[in-house]
Design a binder for this molecule. Sequence first.
Ligand SMILES: *[C@@H]1O[C@H](CO)[C@@H](O)[C@H](O)[C@H]1NC(C)=O
Ligand SMILES: *[C@@H]1O[C@H](CO)[C@@H](O)[C@H](O)[C@H]1NC(C)=O
Ligand SMILES: *[C@@H]1O[C@H](CO)[C@@H](O)[C@H](O)[C@H]1NC(C)=O
Ligand SMILES: *[C@@H]1O[C@H](CO)[C@@H](O)[C@H](O)[C@H]1NC(C)=O
Ligand SMILES: *[C@@H]1O[C@H](CO)[C@@H](O)[C@H](O)[C@H]1NC(C)=O
Ligand SMILES: *[C@@H]1O[C@H](CO)[C@@H](O)[C@H](O)[C@H]1NC(C)=O
Ligand SMILES: *[C@@H]1O[C@H](CO)[C@@H](O)[C@H](O)[C@H]1NC(C)=O
Ligand SMILES: *[C@@H]1O[C@H](CO)[C@@H](O)[C@H](O)[C@H]1NC(C)=O
Length: 609
Amino acid sequence: MRTKCIHLFPLLRLLFFCNIAQAQPSTIGYNCTAANQTSNSCQTYVFYRPTPPDYLDLASIGDLFSVSRLMISNPSNISSPSSPLLPDQPLFIPIKCSCTAVNSSITISYAALNYTIKSGDTFYRVSTLNFQNLTTYQSVEVVNPTFEPTRLDVGDVIVFPIFCKCPDPSQLRNQVNYLISYVFQPSDNITDVASRFGSTEAGITAVNGDRIQPFDTVFVPVSRLPNLTQPVVPPAAPETTTDRKGAVIGLGVGLGVCGVLLILVCGAWWYREGLMKGRGRDGEKQQQVKMGNGMMKGEQVNLMADVSDCLDKYRVFGMEELRGATDGFDEKWIIQGSVYKGCINGEWYAIKKMKWNAYEELKILQKVNHGNLVRLEGFCIDPEEANCYLVYEYVENGSLSSWLHEARPEKLSWKTRLRIAIDVANGLQYIHEHTRPKVVHKDIKSSNILLDSNMRAKIANFGLARSGCNAITMHIVGTQGYIAPEYLADGVVSTKMDVFSFGVVLLELVSGREAIDERGNVLWASADRVLVDGKQLTKLREWMDESLLKESCTMESVSSVVSVALACLNKDPARRPSMVEIVYALSKSDDFFFDVSEDGFSPRQVVAR
Ligand SMILES: *[C@@H]1O[C@H](CO)[C@@H](O)[C@H](O)[C@H]1NC(C)=O
Ligand SMILES: *[C@@H]1O[C@H](CO)[C@@H](O)[C@H](O)[C@H]1NC(C)=O
Ligand SMILES: *[C@@H]1O[C@H](CO)[C@@H](O)[C@H](O)[C@H]1NC(C)=O
Ligand SMILES: *[C@@H]1O[C@H](CO)[C@@H](O)[C@H](O)[C@H]1NC(C)=O
Ligand SMILES: *[C@@H]1O[C@H](CO)[C@@H](O)[C@H](O)[C@H]1NC(C)=O
Ligand SMILES: *[C@@H]1O[C@H](CO)[C@@H](O)[C@H](O)[C@H]1NC(C)=O
Ligand SMILES: *[C@@H]1O[C@H](CO)[C@@H](O)[C@H](O)[C@H]1NC(C)=O
Ligand SMILES: *[C@@H]1O[C@H](CO)[C@@H](O)[C@H](O)[C@H]1NC(C)=O
C-alpha cells in the first residue's frame, strides 16, 4: 500500500503540472500584477458557502478566517450573527490580500490565514474542504517550505494562502474596486456569475481568461460589494439544531483531545507497567491505540518524555482508589454537577469526572499555581469508559454562591465579603498578568468561587478557561447573568470579560441577590438603574443585603466596592479597569473598613454601637 502511494505521488504531481501549462491559473497561486509588490495590498472579499458538519455558523467560519462574526454578517446581509446558517447560504468574508515573495523568482498574491492542523488534516483536505478550493495544496506547500506535507503533526500552524487579487491602477480607474475571489462551480456559467455579482462577462474574462474550469478560483471585478439576498431561516427550529450541532462538534473535538490525553497518559502508564510486567494484553492495546491515531515512533518517545514530566508533577490516581473513595461514584458524594467528594488515605479530595474536555483544563492548571486558585492534585484516566478524572484539593466551606443565596444560620460579614473579593481579584490578577500566554477564566461566578476553612476564596473550575487573548471563540459558553455583553454579541474573548463577571460577583456580595433572578432579570442591569454612581447612600441601603445593615460596616467601604463593581460592568470593555487596578481599589476599601472596625479604639465604631 505504502510503496504504491510513494510511487504514484510524483506522477500525479506531474499530471497536475501538465494540466496547468494549458489552463490559465497557476496551481501555485496568482502572479502579482503590480510592479510594487509588497506595497500592493488591499482589503477584499471571498465568496464562501457554509457546509456541514463543521461550518454552519458564523463563529466557526469566523475562526477559520480569523475574523469576527460581525465582519461576515455585515457584508453578507445577515441580521442575526448568532443564528445558524443553511448549507450554501452565500457569504462574503473579508480578507487582507497582499503580494508575498515566496522565493526570488515567484511572487504571489494571497491572504495568509493561519490554520492549526487537527487530526486527519492534510494540505489537500483543508484546501479543498475547509477552504473550499480557495487555495490549492501546491500553493500551501510553496508557502510553507519548512513543513513536510506527509509529516504533519496535530497542532502545527500552517499558513494557508487564500487566493485573491487587488485591482491594479487601470482597473481602479475603471471603477473596479474589488476583485472578489469566487470558486467556479461545475453548475455555474459565466453569464450567471456575472449577473449575480453585478459584474459583466467581459469583465470576468478580462481578468481570468476564457478557459475557466470548475473549482478554479476566479476574480469577479465589481465596483462595490453586491447585495446578497439571504434565504429565510425558519425561526424556531434552528435553536435546537445549533445546540445539537455544538454538542456534537464539542464531543468530536473533545473526544479527539481526550483521545490524545488518553494515549499520552495511558501510553506512559502502560509503558511503566510494561517495564515491570513484561508485554501483556495491555501492551497490545496500547499498540492499537497508537496505530489508530497514526503516530510515529519518534513522536512517541517525545510524548513519553512530556508525560513523565506531568506524571512527576501530579499524582496519578488509580480507578480503584477513586471508586473506593466515592463508593463507586455514589450520588451521595456529589458536591455539584459531576464533582464528587472522596477520601483517599485520610485526605479529602474533590474529584471531577469529565467525559472529554479535561485536556484544556489540565494544560492550564499545569501553568498556574497561586493560593487563590484551587490546586490540582492529580488525575486518573479510565480507558474503558473514556473518562478523565481530575482530582483537586478539597475546599471545606463550599461555594460562595451557597453562602450568599442559600438559607444558612450564619451570614457572611462585610469584612469576610471584602476579603473574598480581594482574594478573587488576586487570583484573577495572577492568571491575567502572570501567565504566558494570558489565561482567561471565562466562567467567573459565585458558584465557581470556593471558600476554605478560613473563609479565604479560591477560584475553581477552569473547564472553560482558555489561554490566549483577543481570540474569537467558536461557541459561546459561560453563565447567564455573568457573561459580558461584547462576548455574547461577538464572541470576543479577552481578560475584560472576566473583569465584567467579577463586577457581577461584587454586586452579589453587596446585595446578597443572585446574578439572575427567577424571572430572568440580570442583576447587573438592575444595578445600573439603582446605583448610578454608588454614592446615593439611601438607595444603596435599600439595595444592600439586609444582614449587612445590622452590622456596623461603613457605608464608605460598601459604596467604594459598588463603584469598583460599576466600573467593571462598563459596556465598553476597553473602559473597564484591569485586575491590577481593581486589587488596588479594593484594598483601599479594605482600609476604610479597618479604619473603623479592626481597630477597636476607633471613635466612630463607638458612636455606631
Ligand atoms: C507568472 O509569473 C511567472 C514568472 O514571472 C511567469 O512565468 C508566468 O507566465 C506568469 N503567469 C501568469 C499567468 O501571468
Ligand atoms: C513603487 O513605490 C515607490 C514608493 O513606495 C514609488 O516611488 C515608485 O514609483 C513605485 N513604483 C512603481 C513602478 O509603481
Ligand atoms: C521558487 O519556488 C518554486 C516552487 O516551489 C520552484 O519551482 C522554483 O525553483 C523556486 N525558485 C528559486 C529561485 O528558488
Ligand atoms: C499567523 O501567525 C503568525 C506567527 O505566529 C502571526 O505573526 C500572524 O499575525 C498570524 N496571522 C493571523 C491572521 O492571525
Ligand atoms: C474542490 O475541488 C475538488 C476537485 O479539485 C472537488 O472534488 C471538491 O468537491 C471541491 N470542493 C468544494 C468544497 O467545492
Ligand atoms: C448559462 O448561460 C446561458 C447563456 O449563455 C443561459 O441561457 C443559461 O440560463 C445559463 N444557465 C444557468 C444554469 O444559469
Ligand atoms: C444594495 O442595497 C442598497 C440599499 O438597499 C442600495 O442602495 C444599493 O444600490 C444596492 N447595491 C447593489 C449593488 O445592488
Ligand atoms: C437582505 O436580505 C433580505 C432577505 O433575507 C432581502 O429581502 C433584502 O433585500 C436584502 N438586503 C439588501 C440590502 O439586499
